[in-house]
Ligand binder design. Structure first.
Ligand SMILES: [Zn+2]
Length: 436
């Protein structure tokens, strides 16, 4: 549908030799910078008896201790800074729904880098100067709105900065301005799809939106397919998180086979989340990031909790030379243990969305009854079904889920549009009542 579009071709296609030399050089800079200018990292390295001079290349990374989310939280608000406060231009924060938020700080150069990687990612998703680009993530402490904004400004597209919420107005603007490309948190494009249909607007027929870039939540290829069909759009996946910089860290190219990570700015490792040891080639594990150019708040071996793997191949037919990550299918924290069995919400989603009778919203509810774990999946119907059809579908889903998850699951079918919707922020699809 599309061909390779570069924002910065020399950077995006640089030789592996250059990528690796630059990476080692910037790693040495980052470790020295963190050690000299941040008391937390200095203490950590001293305790681990590592001097910045011990880190010469990526092979020496294992000498460095990991950094965890809890450590970053304990440094709230300014403890992660490695520059004077007066050098900081901007701060962003995670939603903090699970406690103290973690922060992302930016110097002038950090903002420039963010704009650059976001622009590369958006160009990879097909954004051009000719596009009308609607930015639906919120502009605020969340990195979403500004991340897309900085990148789109570089490309010179016409920006419609709606921010989050007001879904009917979003659809109206799409029609009025002739929006051709949209970005959103994954669950929000589902909301926008439903809103359009409620308004009698068929997104594929009545809007000009043919490209979309989505992130911030894990989603399955089944869900992507659902969105692509409803809008007749090419769907791209963007990756990033607050502590690193928002959207733009990695993105998939038009071949839709993994996410290119911008290796001139970010270094990734994959570890076994239990042992902390590196995993084998193309093996799944927890992603660990080290920043390579970040001034305000550098990160050394940050365990981000997301689960994925690194492709062995370093070349891609799009021409980009930066490594590819597998699509993020979950986080370490997403895995739920039910009666001793590991259950991934993405596996449930993949089963549900194979069925045309179902809409994209669902809930997983877990509780304890007489000392035993129980799990129920509430799946929302796309349209009304007759009693016997509904019963047949319910039975089918129960047996497919049992087969996939290897544990028994009750299925309840909910009326169309009856599950709670998220107007702003991330969807909450797992309700674990065992802790209550
Ligand atoms: Zn590619």
């Amino acid at each position: 549908m599309n061909s390779a579009r570069f924002f910065n071709k020399p950077a995006e296609t640089m030789s592996r030799k250059d990528i690796e030399e630059n990476r080692d050089k910037m790693l040495r800079w980052t470790v020295r910078h963190a050690y000299r200018n941040n008391p937390f990292y200095r203490r950590k390295l001293d305790e681990a008896k590592v001097s910045p001079d011990d880190v010469k290349s990526v092979d020496d990374l294992v000498k460095l201790p990991f950094t965890t989310k809890d450590e970053l939280r304990s440094l709230y608000p300014y403890g992660t800074l490695a520059v004077p406060r007066s050098e900081v231009l901007e701060v962003h924060a995670t939603s903090g729904t699970t406690g103290v938020p973690t922060l992302g700080f930016y110097t002038k150069n950090d903002i420039e880098v963010w704009a650059e990687v976001s622009a590369r990612s958006l160009a990879m998703s097909g954004l051009t100067k000719e596009d009308v680009f609607q930015i639906t993530p919120s502009f605020g402490m969340f990195t979403g709105g500004f991340g897309f904004y900085y990148g789109a400004r570089r490309i010179g597209a016409m920006i419609v900065p709606t921010g989050a919420g007001f879904s009917r107005r979003q659809i109206q603007y799409m029609l009025d301005f002739g929006t051709t490309m949209v970005c959103a948190v994954v669950s929000y494009i589902l909301r926008l799809t439903e809103t359009a249909l409620e308004m009698g607007v068929d997104p594929a027929r009545d809007t000009l939106v043919r490209k979309g870039v989505f992130g911030s939540e894990m989603w399955t290829s089944e869900m992507k397919k659902w969105v692509a069909e409803k809008w007749n759009m090419d769907v791209y996946d963007i990756y990033g998180f607050t502590e690193l910089c928002g959207p733009g860290v990695a993105n998939d190219c038009f071949l839709h086979d993994g996410l290119h990570l911008w290796e001139d700015h970010f270094l990734v490792e994959v570890i076994d989340p239990k042992t902390g040891e590196p995993v084998g080639p193309e093996e799944k594990g927890e992603l660990v990031f080290t920043t390579l150019t970040k001034e305000a708040a550098p990160l050394l071996r940050y365990r981000c909790r997301d689960i994925s793997y690194i492709y062995d191949a370093r070349s891609c037919d799009c021409g980009r030379t930066h490594l590819r990550l597998g699509y993020i299918r979950g986080r370490v924290d997403d895995m739920i243990k039910v009666s001793g069995v590991a259950v991934w919400p993405s596996a449930v989603e993949a089963v549900l969305l194979r069925h045309r009778e179902l809409g994209p919203e669902y809930q997983i509810i877990i509780w304890r009854e007489k000392g035993l774990d129980k799990m129920k999946v509430v799946a929302e119907l796309a349209h009304e079904l007759k009693g016997d059809e509904a019963e047949a579908l319910r039975n089918k889903l129960e047996s497919e889920l049992h087969e996939t998850l290897l544990t028994s699951v009750q299925v309840e079918l909910a009326e169309p549009l009856s599950l709670p919707r998220q107007e702003v922020g991330k969807a909450k699809r797992v309700i674990d009542k065992r802790a209550e």
